[in-house]
Write a protein that binds this ligand. Sequence first.
Ligand SMILES: NC(=O)c1ccc[n+]([C@@H]2O[C@H](COP(=O)([O-])OP(=O)(O)OC[C@H]3O[C@@H](n4cnc5c(N)ncnc54)[C@H](OP(=O)(O)O)[C@@H]3O)[C@@H](O)[C@H]2O)c1
Length: 330
Amino acid sequence: MSELQVIDQKYIPRVKLSNGESIPAMGLGTFGSDKYGADIVSEAVYGAIKEGYRFIDCAAVYQNEDKIGGVLKKIFAETDIKREDLFIVSKVWNDMHRRVKEACLKSLKDLGLSKLDLYFVHWPFPNYHAPGCDGDSRNPDSKPFSVEEFMDTWRQMEELVEEGYVRYIGMSNMTVKKLEAVYGLCRIKPSFLEMECHPAFQQPELFEYAKSLDIVPVGFCPIGSPSRPERDRTSDDIAATEMDVIKEIAKAHNVHPALICLKWAVQRGVIPIPFSVKEPQYHSNLECITTDPLTEEEMESIKKADKDCRLIKGQVFLWQGATDWRELWK
Ligand SMILES: NC(=O)c1ccc[n+]([C@@H]2O[C@H](COP(=O)([O-])OP(=O)(O)OC[C@H]3O[C@@H](n4cnc5c(N)ncnc54)[C@H](OP(=O)(O)O)[C@@H]3O)[C@@H](O)[C@H]2O)c1
Protein backbone atom coordinates (compact mmCIF):
# COMPACT_ATOMS: atom_id res chain seq x y z
CA MET A 1 0.00 0.00 0.00
CA SER A 2 1.47 3.41 0.79
CA GLU A 3 5.18 3.76 1.35
CA LEU A 4 7.19 6.75 2.49
CA GLN A 5 9.57 8.47 0.13
CA VAL A 6 11.63 11.62 0.74
CA ILE A 7 10.79 14.54 -1.52
CA ASP A 8 12.13 18.05 -0.89
CA GLN A 9 13.23 17.10 2.63
CA LYS A 10 9.63 16.22 3.49
CA TYR A 11 8.03 12.85 3.87
CA ILE A 12 5.28 12.61 1.29
CA PRO A 13 3.55 9.25 1.32
CA ARG A 14 3.19 7.70 -2.09
CA VAL A 15 1.01 4.86 -3.27
CA LYS A 16 2.44 2.11 -5.42
CA LEU A 17 0.41 1.18 -8.48
CA SER A 18 0.34 -2.44 -9.64
CA ASN A 19 2.69 -1.54 -12.53
CA GLY A 20 5.33 -0.47 -9.99
CA GLU A 21 4.98 3.29 -10.49
CA SER A 22 4.48 5.29 -7.31
CA ILE A 23 2.22 8.33 -7.20
CA PRO A 24 1.34 10.78 -4.40
CA ALA A 25 -1.09 9.46 -1.79
CA MET A 26 -2.90 12.82 -1.69
CA GLY A 27 -3.69 15.51 -4.24
CA LEU A 28 -4.93 19.08 -4.26
CA GLY A 29 -8.44 19.86 -5.54
CA THR A 30 -8.88 22.92 -7.76
CA PHE A 31 -12.66 23.47 -7.95
CA GLY A 32 -13.30 26.92 -6.49
CA SER A 33 -16.98 26.02 -5.81
CA ASP A 34 -18.13 29.36 -7.34
CA LYS A 35 -16.53 30.93 -4.23
CA TYR A 36 -12.84 31.18 -5.08
CA GLY A 37 -11.77 32.62 -8.45
CA ALA A 38 -9.05 31.38 -10.78
CA ASP A 39 -6.37 33.74 -9.40
CA ILE A 40 -6.87 32.60 -5.82
CA VAL A 41 -7.03 28.91 -6.74
CA SER A 42 -3.93 29.06 -8.92
CA GLU A 43 -2.02 30.93 -6.22
CA ALA A 44 -2.91 28.07 -3.86
CA VAL A 45 -1.66 25.55 -6.43
CA TYR A 46 1.65 27.46 -6.49
CA GLY A 47 1.92 27.51 -2.69
CA ALA A 48 0.84 23.89 -2.33
CA ILE A 49 3.37 22.59 -4.87
CA LYS A 50 6.09 24.49 -3.01
CA GLU A 51 4.92 22.82 0.21
CA GLY A 52 5.19 19.36 -1.29
CA TYR A 53 1.94 18.60 -3.16
CA ARG A 54 2.66 16.76 -6.38
CA PHE A 55 -0.81 15.61 -7.53
CA ILE A 56 -3.12 18.36 -8.87
CA ASP A 57 -6.75 17.54 -9.73
CA CYS A 58 -7.83 19.92 -12.51
CA ALA A 59 -10.82 20.03 -14.87
CA ALA A 60 -11.79 22.18 -17.82
CA VAL A 61 -15.12 23.06 -16.18
CA TYR A 62 -13.34 24.63 -13.17
CA GLN A 63 -12.42 27.48 -15.54
CA ASN A 64 -8.95 27.99 -14.11
CA GLU A 65 -6.69 25.65 -16.08
CA ASP A 66 -5.04 28.55 -17.94
CA LYS A 67 -4.12 30.25 -14.65
CA ILE A 68 -2.86 26.95 -13.24
CA GLY A 69 -0.80 26.57 -16.42
CA GLY A 70 0.83 29.93 -15.67
CA VAL A 71 1.68 28.74 -12.18
CA LEU A 72 3.18 25.47 -13.44
CA LYS A 73 5.38 27.45 -15.83
CA LYS A 74 6.57 29.57 -12.91
CA ILE A 75 7.27 26.48 -10.79
CA PHE A 76 9.39 24.89 -13.55
CA ALA A 77 11.30 28.17 -14.06
CA GLU A 78 11.89 29.01 -10.40
CA THR A 79 12.43 25.66 -8.70
CA ASP A 80 14.11 22.30 -9.22
CA ILE A 81 10.70 20.67 -9.61
CA LYS A 82 10.43 19.04 -13.01
CA ARG A 83 7.41 18.08 -15.07
CA GLU A 84 7.90 14.39 -14.27
CA ASP A 85 7.77 15.14 -10.53
CA LEU A 86 4.13 16.20 -10.87
CA PHE A 87 1.00 14.15 -11.48
CA ILE A 88 -1.39 16.42 -13.37
CA VAL A 89 -5.01 15.42 -13.87
CA SER A 90 -7.77 16.90 -16.03
CA LYS A 91 -11.28 15.90 -17.11
CA VAL A 92 -13.44 16.12 -20.20
CA TRP A 93 -16.64 18.06 -19.52
CA ASN A 94 -20.08 16.82 -20.50
CA ASP A 95 -20.52 18.99 -23.58
CA MET A 96 -17.35 17.57 -25.17
CA HIS A 97 -18.08 13.83 -25.10
CA ARG A 98 -18.21 13.76 -28.90
CA ARG A 99 -15.02 15.88 -29.20
CA VAL A 100 -12.75 14.45 -26.53
CA LYS A 101 -9.45 15.08 -28.33
CA GLU A 102 -10.35 18.73 -28.88
CA ALA A 103 -11.18 19.06 -25.16
CA CYS A 104 -7.96 17.36 -24.12
CA LEU A 105 -5.82 19.52 -26.42
CA LYS A 106 -7.47 22.63 -24.98
CA SER A 107 -6.68 21.52 -21.41
CA LEU A 108 -3.10 20.71 -22.44
CA LYS A 109 -2.72 24.14 -24.03
CA ASP A 110 -4.19 25.90 -21.00
CA LEU A 111 -2.03 23.94 -18.59
CA GLY A 112 1.04 24.47 -20.80
CA LEU A 113 1.78 20.74 -20.99
CA SER A 114 2.34 18.23 -23.76
CA LYS A 115 0.96 15.28 -21.82
CA LEU A 116 -1.46 14.70 -18.93
CA ASP A 117 -0.79 12.04 -16.31
CA LEU A 118 -4.46 11.23 -15.99
CA TYR A 119 -7.59 12.22 -17.91
CA PHE A 120 -11.10 11.50 -16.59
CA VAL A 121 -14.53 11.36 -18.13
CA HIS A 122 -15.93 13.85 -15.60
CA TRP A 123 -19.54 12.55 -15.63
CA PRO A 124 -20.95 9.50 -17.44
CA PHE A 125 -23.63 11.61 -19.17
CA PRO A 126 -23.23 13.97 -22.11
CA ASN A 127 -25.62 16.29 -20.28
CA TYR A 128 -24.44 19.85 -20.35
CA HIS A 129 -25.25 22.52 -17.86
CA ALA A 130 -23.61 25.89 -17.75
CA PRO A 131 -21.04 26.43 -14.97
CA GLY A 132 -22.69 28.16 -12.02
CA CYS A 133 -26.31 27.44 -13.06
CA ASP A 134 -28.86 26.82 -10.31
CA GLY A 135 -29.98 23.37 -9.17
CA ASP A 136 -33.39 23.47 -10.87
CA SER A 137 -32.11 24.20 -14.35
CA ARG A 138 -32.57 21.36 -16.90
CA ASN A 139 -31.15 20.95 -20.38
CA PRO A 140 -33.86 19.67 -22.79
CA ASP A 141 -31.19 17.56 -24.58
CA SER A 142 -30.21 15.63 -21.44
CA LYS A 143 -30.48 11.84 -21.60
CA PRO A 144 -30.10 8.89 -19.21
CA PHE A 145 -26.85 6.90 -19.14
CA SER A 146 -26.24 4.93 -22.33
CA VAL A 147 -23.55 2.26 -22.65
CA GLU A 148 -23.20 3.00 -26.39
CA GLU A 149 -22.71 6.73 -25.88
CA PHE A 150 -20.34 6.22 -22.99
CA MET A 151 -18.26 3.73 -24.97
CA ASP A 152 -18.06 6.14 -27.88
CA THR A 153 -16.52 8.64 -25.46
CA TRP A 154 -14.26 5.97 -23.95
CA ARG A 155 -12.91 4.95 -27.39
CA GLN A 156 -11.78 8.56 -27.83
CA MET A 157 -10.14 8.41 -24.39
CA GLU A 158 -8.29 5.25 -25.45
CA GLU A 159 -7.06 7.02 -28.58
CA LEU A 160 -5.57 9.77 -26.41
CA VAL A 161 -3.44 7.15 -24.66
CA GLU A 162 -2.42 5.58 -27.97
CA GLU A 163 -1.53 8.98 -29.42
CA GLY A 164 0.56 9.86 -26.37
CA TYR A 165 -1.49 12.77 -25.01
CA VAL A 166 -2.33 11.10 -21.70
CA ARG A 167 -0.72 8.38 -19.59
CA TYR A 168 -3.73 7.00 -17.70
CA ILE A 169 -7.47 7.29 -18.25
CA GLY A 170 -10.20 7.11 -15.67
CA MET A 171 -13.91 7.43 -14.96
CA SER A 172 -15.70 9.64 -12.45
CA ASN A 173 -19.15 9.69 -10.85
CA MET A 174 -19.79 6.06 -11.75
CA THR A 175 -21.86 3.41 -9.96
CA VAL A 176 -21.13 -0.32 -9.63
CA LYS A 177 -23.81 -1.06 -12.23
CA LYS A 178 -22.46 1.42 -14.78
CA LEU A 179 -18.88 0.28 -14.27
CA GLU A 180 -19.95 -3.36 -14.65
CA ALA A 181 -21.76 -2.49 -17.88
CA VAL A 182 -18.76 -0.86 -19.55
CA TYR A 183 -15.66 -2.45 -17.99
CA GLY A 184 -15.57 -5.54 -20.23
CA LEU A 185 -15.91 -3.33 -23.32
CA CYS A 186 -12.86 -1.19 -22.52
CA ARG A 187 -9.78 -2.00 -24.60
CA ILE A 188 -7.74 0.21 -22.28
CA LYS A 189 -9.07 -0.29 -18.77
CA PRO A 190 -9.68 2.63 -16.43
CA SER A 191 -6.75 2.96 -14.00
CA PHE A 192 -8.48 5.43 -11.64
CA LEU A 193 -12.01 6.09 -10.46
CA GLU A 194 -12.85 9.52 -9.03
CA MET A 195 -15.73 9.19 -6.59
CA GLU A 196 -17.32 11.20 -3.80
CA CYS A 197 -15.83 9.79 -0.64
CA HIS A 198 -15.86 11.02 2.98
CA PRO A 199 -16.85 9.49 6.33
CA ALA A 200 -20.56 10.35 5.77
CA PHE A 201 -20.51 8.78 2.27
CA GLN A 202 -18.06 5.91 2.03
CA GLN A 203 -19.44 4.06 -1.01
CA PRO A 204 -18.12 0.67 0.25
CA GLU A 205 -19.48 -1.40 -2.69
CA LEU A 206 -18.04 0.88 -5.36
CA PHE A 207 -14.75 1.13 -3.44
CA GLU A 208 -14.44 -2.67 -3.14
CA TYR A 209 -15.46 -3.22 -6.76
CA ALA A 210 -12.88 -0.71 -8.01
CA LYS A 211 -10.17 -2.35 -5.90
CA SER A 212 -11.13 -5.80 -7.23
CA LEU A 213 -10.55 -4.45 -10.77
CA ASP A 214 -7.21 -2.91 -9.77
CA ILE A 215 -8.64 0.59 -10.20
CA VAL A 216 -7.29 3.25 -7.80
CA PRO A 217 -10.06 5.23 -6.04
CA VAL A 218 -9.56 9.01 -5.96
CA GLY A 219 -11.82 10.58 -3.33
CA PHE A 220 -13.47 13.92 -4.02
CA CYS A 221 -15.07 16.11 -1.33
CA PRO A 222 -12.91 14.24 1.21
CA ILE A 223 -13.73 16.75 3.97
CA GLY A 224 -17.42 16.81 3.06
CA SER A 225 -17.10 19.90 0.87
CA PRO A 226 -18.11 22.55 3.44
CA SER A 227 -17.82 25.31 0.80
CA ARG A 228 -19.79 23.62 -1.96
CA PRO A 229 -22.18 25.71 -4.07
CA GLU A 230 -25.76 26.30 -2.87
CA ARG A 231 -27.15 24.13 -5.68
CA ASP A 232 -25.42 21.13 -4.08
CA ARG A 233 -26.95 21.62 -0.62
CA THR A 234 -30.10 20.09 0.88
CA SER A 235 -31.46 20.11 4.43
CA ASP A 236 -30.74 16.36 4.81
CA ASP A 237 -27.00 16.70 4.15
CA ILE A 238 -24.68 15.43 6.89
CA ALA A 239 -21.32 17.16 7.33
CA ALA A 240 -18.48 14.67 7.80
CA THR A 241 -16.68 17.08 10.14
CA GLU A 242 -19.79 17.29 12.36
CA MET A 243 -20.18 13.54 12.88
CA ASP A 244 -19.76 12.58 16.54
CA VAL A 245 -17.25 9.85 15.77
CA ILE A 246 -15.08 12.26 13.75
CA LYS A 247 -15.25 14.96 16.41
CA GLU A 248 -14.33 12.48 19.17
CA ILE A 249 -11.35 11.09 17.24
CA ALA A 250 -10.26 14.64 16.36
CA LYS A 251 -10.31 15.51 20.05
CA ALA A 252 -8.21 12.45 20.88
CA HIS A 253 -5.61 13.43 18.24
CA ASN A 254 -5.90 17.13 19.05
CA VAL A 255 -6.51 18.14 15.42
CA HIS A 256 -9.33 19.64 13.32
CA PRO A 257 -11.97 17.05 12.27
CA ALA A 258 -11.04 17.74 8.60
CA LEU A 259 -7.69 16.08 9.22
CA ILE A 260 -9.31 12.93 10.59
CA CYS A 261 -11.25 12.64 7.31
CA LEU A 262 -7.98 12.81 5.36
CA LYS A 263 -6.06 10.37 7.56
CA TRP A 264 -8.99 7.95 7.25
CA ALA A 265 -9.06 8.24 3.45
CA VAL A 266 -5.35 7.57 2.97
CA GLN A 267 -5.28 4.69 5.45
CA ARG A 268 -8.31 3.17 3.73
CA GLY A 269 -6.59 3.22 0.35
CA VAL A 270 -8.24 6.22 -1.32
CA ILE A 271 -6.27 9.16 -2.77
CA PRO A 272 -8.07 12.19 -1.28
CA ILE A 273 -7.93 15.48 -3.17
CA PRO A 274 -8.85 18.12 -0.55
CA PHE A 275 -9.33 21.65 -1.80
CA SER A 276 -8.03 24.65 0.08
CA VAL A 277 -6.75 28.09 -0.81
CA LYS A 278 -5.62 28.77 2.77
CA GLU A 279 -1.97 28.01 3.48
CA PRO A 280 -2.44 26.75 7.05
CA GLN A 281 -5.16 24.38 5.79
CA TYR A 282 -3.34 22.93 2.81
CA HIS A 283 -0.18 22.67 4.87
CA SER A 284 -1.87 20.72 7.68
CA ASN A 285 -3.87 18.62 5.21
CA LEU A 286 -0.67 17.30 3.70
CA GLU A 287 1.24 17.06 6.95
CA CYS A 288 -1.50 15.14 8.77
CA ILE A 289 -1.11 12.07 6.58
CA THR A 290 2.54 11.77 7.56
CA THR A 291 2.05 11.73 11.34
CA ASP A 292 -0.06 10.16 14.09
CA PRO A 293 -2.11 7.61 12.11
CA LEU A 294 -5.56 6.45 13.21
CA THR A 295 -5.72 3.21 15.14
CA GLU A 296 -7.45 0.12 13.76
CA GLU A 297 -10.28 0.71 16.25
CA GLU A 298 -10.69 4.30 15.06
CA MET A 299 -10.74 3.16 11.42
CA GLU A 300 -13.37 0.58 12.33
CA SER A 301 -15.60 3.04 14.21
CA ILE A 302 -15.52 5.45 11.24
CA LYS A 303 -16.41 2.56 8.92
CA LYS A 304 -19.43 1.70 11.08
CA ALA A 305 -20.61 5.32 11.12
CA ASP A 306 -21.19 5.61 7.33
CA LYS A 307 -24.35 7.66 6.71
CA ASP A 308 -24.70 6.87 3.00
CA CYS A 309 -25.24 10.60 2.49
CA ARG A 310 -24.36 11.74 -1.03
CA LEU A 311 -23.64 15.47 -1.23
CA ILE A 312 -22.97 15.94 -4.95
CA LYS A 313 -26.30 14.65 -6.23
CA GLY A 314 -25.93 15.93 -9.79
CA GLN A 315 -29.59 16.93 -10.15
CA VAL A 316 -28.75 19.43 -12.90
CA PHE A 317 -27.85 16.45 -15.12
CA LEU A 318 -31.38 14.99 -14.94
CA TRP A 319 -33.29 14.65 -18.19
CA GLN A 320 -36.75 16.05 -18.76
CA GLY A 321 -39.43 14.09 -16.94
CA ALA A 322 -37.00 12.76 -14.32
CA THR A 323 -37.45 14.42 -10.95
CA ASP A 324 -35.41 12.40 -8.48
CA TRP A 325 -31.59 12.74 -8.52
CA ARG A 326 -31.34 9.06 -7.45
CA GLU A 327 -32.19 8.20 -11.08
CA LEU A 328 -28.66 9.30 -11.96
CA TRP A 329 -27.04 6.85 -9.59
CA LYS A 330 -28.67 3.56 -10.69
N1 LIG B 1 -15.08 14.45 -10.16
C1 LIG B 1 -16.00 15.25 -9.70
O1 LIG B 1 -17.16 15.27 -10.18
C2 LIG B 1 -15.71 16.18 -8.55
C3 LIG B 1 -16.77 16.73 -7.81
C4 LIG B 1 -16.45 17.57 -6.75
C5 LIG B 1 -15.13 17.86 -6.43
N2 LIG B 1 -14.11 17.31 -7.19
C6 LIG B 1 -12.69 17.59 -6.87
O2 LIG B 1 -12.48 17.34 -5.49
C7 LIG B 1 -11.89 18.48 -4.87
C8 LIG B 1 -12.26 18.55 -3.40
O3 LIG B 1 -13.67 18.64 -3.24
P1 LIG B 1 -14.35 19.92 -2.58
O4 LIG B 1 -13.50 21.08 -2.84
O5 LIG B 1 -15.77 19.99 -3.03
O6 LIG B 1 -14.44 19.53 -1.04
P2 LIG B 1 -13.46 19.31 0.19
O7 LIG B 1 -12.06 19.18 -0.25
O8 LIG B 1 -14.07 18.21 0.97
O9 LIG B 1 -13.67 20.65 1.02
C9 LIG B 1 -12.95 21.81 0.72
C10 LIG B 1 -13.20 22.87 1.79
O10 LIG B 1 -12.91 22.33 3.08
C11 LIG B 1 -12.38 23.33 3.92
N3 LIG B 1 -11.08 22.86 4.42
C12 LIG B 1 -10.02 22.40 3.70
N4 LIG B 1 -9.01 22.06 4.51
C13 LIG B 1 -9.41 22.32 5.78
C14 LIG B 1 -8.81 22.19 7.06
N5 LIG B 1 -7.59 21.71 7.22
N6 LIG B 1 -9.54 22.57 8.14
C15 LIG B 1 -10.79 23.05 8.02
N7 LIG B 1 -11.42 23.21 6.84
C16 LIG B 1 -10.74 22.84 5.72
C17 LIG B 1 -12.24 24.60 3.10
O11 LIG B 1 -13.36 25.43 3.38
P3 LIG B 1 -13.18 27.05 3.44
O12 LIG B 1 -12.62 27.44 2.11
O13 LIG B 1 -14.57 27.51 3.68
O14 LIG B 1 -12.20 27.30 4.57
C18 LIG B 1 -12.30 24.09 1.67
O15 LIG B 1 -12.83 25.03 0.78
C19 LIG B 1 -12.39 19.63 -5.74
O16 LIG B 1 -11.64 20.83 -5.54
C20 LIG B 1 -12.25 19.04 -7.12
O17 LIG B 1 -10.91 19.09 -7.55
C21 LIG B 1 -14.39 16.45 -8.23
